[in-house]
Each structure stands twice: as C-alpha cells, then as structure tokens.
Design a protein around this ligand. Structure first.
Ligand SMILES: Nc1ncnc2c1ncn2[C@@H]1O[C@H](COP(=O)(O)OP(=O)(O)OP(=O)(O)O)[C@@H](O)[C@H]1O
Length: 298
C-alpha cells in the first residue's frame, strides 16, 4: 500500500471531523476520495501531508510511519490543496523555473512538465491570464517537478468547466500509466467514477465504503426512472408483470436497468394499459442516494 491509515481521527475543538479512518491506497491506483462538502476530506489530506498533526491513529506512506520519516516521505509526494500557489505576475514557465531553482531540477524538466500538462503554447503567458483549468494544470506541473511517486490533489477540478475536467482527468490517467499513484478528492460521484481505480467514500468524517471501482459499480447499479401520473398503480401493475420495483415516490418509480430494449417494453406496456408516462430514462444515483443504499446494506 502506498498510503495506509489506521484509526485516523481528528477534532477541531469539540467537533470530531475525522473518525477512525482506515484508508488503503494501493500503488499505481487513482484513488478517488469522495464525500460531500464538509465531510472531512481536506482535513484528512492535511494530515497525510503532515500539515495538521494527527489526533489519533497512524499514517504509513510508502510503508513508513509518517511522523518519524516525514522528510523522506514528503519529498516523494507532490500535492495541490485549495488554490495552487502561483505568482500571477510571472509567466507559467517562470513559475515553474522559480520552483525548479529551489528543487535544483533542470530547465529541461520544466519544459517536459509544460508539455505533460499541455501548457507549452501558453508557457510565455502571464499566469494571471490563465483560465482556471490552466491554473490547475500549472499547479499540477509544479507538484510534479520533483518527480514524486505519489500525487495528492484536493478537489483539483473544483470550478472547472467540462473541458477543463476532461483535461485534468486525462492528465491523471497519463500519470498513473507512467507509474505514479494519485490520491484525488472530490464531491462528484460521476467525476470519480470516470477515472478512479479505487474509491473511498466518507461522510461526516466516517469511511462508508472502500473498494475497487468494480465493487462500487456493484452497489451502484443504474436504474430506469419512470415518471407517471399514478406511481402506486404503475408500480403494482409492473410488479404483476414480473418487474422488480426498487423504489417509489410521489412522482417517480425505479426499476433496475437491464437494457435499452426493456425501457421501450415498459413504456409500451404502461401506455397500452392506460397510464400516462411523462418521462422514462436510464438513471444513475448521485452521492446522497448512494449513501442511503450503503447505509441500508450495512
Ligand atoms: N480550521 C478549522 N477550524 C474549525 N473547524 C474546521 C476547520 N477546518 C475545517 N473545519 C470543519 O471540519 C469539517 C470538515 O472540513 P473539511 O474541510 O475537512 O471537509 P471537506 O470534506 O474537505 O469539505 P470541502 O469539500 O467543503 O472542503 C467541517 O465541518 C468544517 O467546518
């Protein structure tokens, strides 16, 4: 394991915000650390980077205990938390050169990083004029200068438009293909599902789920969401016709998704039997619905 925590806890005064967290991040993974705002993601990340002192529990990174090996461990981690530390009056390349001087890495490495994050063409432009996505990519380039084995990113796609999100996703996938491990936090389930190999889900400081992306997909099966005039009648009717109805509320009912054909069949069946179908579509759960499922199955 690249990161292994056991019983990790942290409190701000009387408020415990991280509760006995046991994380396992395998080498070569993109580990999606998922949770709603305020769940404790940033606090956990700050502990992993030794920016906050661990309350209780232990942190091992690269197989070594963090406190007693922190200089060695932290020198092999690149990180980006909150806004990247960028000088706006300097160009992208100058920002990187500044850090390169400190780290004693070559200009060639700076150029390689610019290429990797696809900022070569914008290298001579002032960073203050960069879009949010370009700034995030510059932040990642800064984090990568020292060639760290592990990259820890706190919500790097926050505030980005869909193109910016795709660029970051593709970049992270390239990094992992090149042998690095990426730990990335997010509050967006759909975003993490598209790139992560492993997932940890945290809510109110507690780990609710941890496993591979396939384990997550097993508990996060897509549904057919049906909007009809009378959901109770429609649900009873579908059950009589051997469909499983998983959930029902005032406006919608939910049937496990099997195929597109089945969506057509259900539509025809309901309409032919006098029911009004307002909409019918394949539906993916959001994080809140997933929490309910996880809580119920525990
Ligand atoms: N410096 C602080 N002092 C007191 N409470 C804090 C402090 N920083 C965070 N908290 C509280 O700790 C809890 C967890 O915050 P944290 O920033 O770790 O969550 P998060 O999952 O990263 O959320 P977000 O995505 O909104 O940053 C929240 O209730 C927050 O209000």
């Amino acid at each position: 394991m690249v990161i292994k925590t056991e019983g990790l806890s942290f409190s701000f005064g009387a408020q415990q915000v991280v509760k006995s967290l046991s994380l396992q991040v395998p080498a070569g993974s993109i580990y999606g650390f998922l949770g709603p705002n305020g769940a404790g993601k940033t606090t956990t990340i700050k502990m992993l980077l030794n920016l906050l002192k661990t309350g209780e529990g232990s942190i091992h990174i690269f197989g070594q205990e963090l406190q007693s090996n922190r200089i060695n461990i932290l020198s092999q981690i690149g990180s980006l938390i909150e806004q990247p530390a960028i000088y706006h009056h300097l160009t992208g390349k100058e920002n990187l050169m500044n850090r390169a001087l400190l780290l004693q890495v070559s200009e060639q490495r700076v150029d390689e990083m610019l290429k990797l994050v696809q900022l070569t063409n914008a290298a001579g432009k002032k960073a203050g004029q960069y879009s949010l996505g370009m700034k995030q990519r510059l932040g990642i380039a800064l984090a990568l200068l020292s060639d760290p084995k592990l990259l820890i990113l706190d919500e790097p796609t926050n505030g980005l438009d869909p193109n910016g999100i795709i660029e970051i996703r593709e970049l992270l996938m390239r990094l992992v293909a090149g042998g690095k491990t990426v730990f990335i936090s997010s509050h967006l389930l759909a975003e993490i599902e598209k790139m992560a190999t492993h997932v940890g889900i945290i809510n109110n400081g507690k780990l609710m789920f941890q496993g591979t992306i396939h384990d997550l997909q097993n508990i996060n099966q897509p549904m057919i969401r049906i909007e009809v005039d009378n959901t109770v009648d429609a649900a009873n009717f579908l059950k009589r016709n051997n469909f499983t109805v998983n959930d029902i509320n005032h406006d919608h009912l939910y049937v496990p998704f099997i195929s597109k054909q089945q969506i057509g069949d259900i539509n025809t069946l309901l309409v032919q039997n006098g029911m009004t179908v307002f909409s019918i579509n394949k539906h993916h759960k959001d994080l809140e619905q997933l929490f309910l499922d996880i809580t119920q199955s525990n």
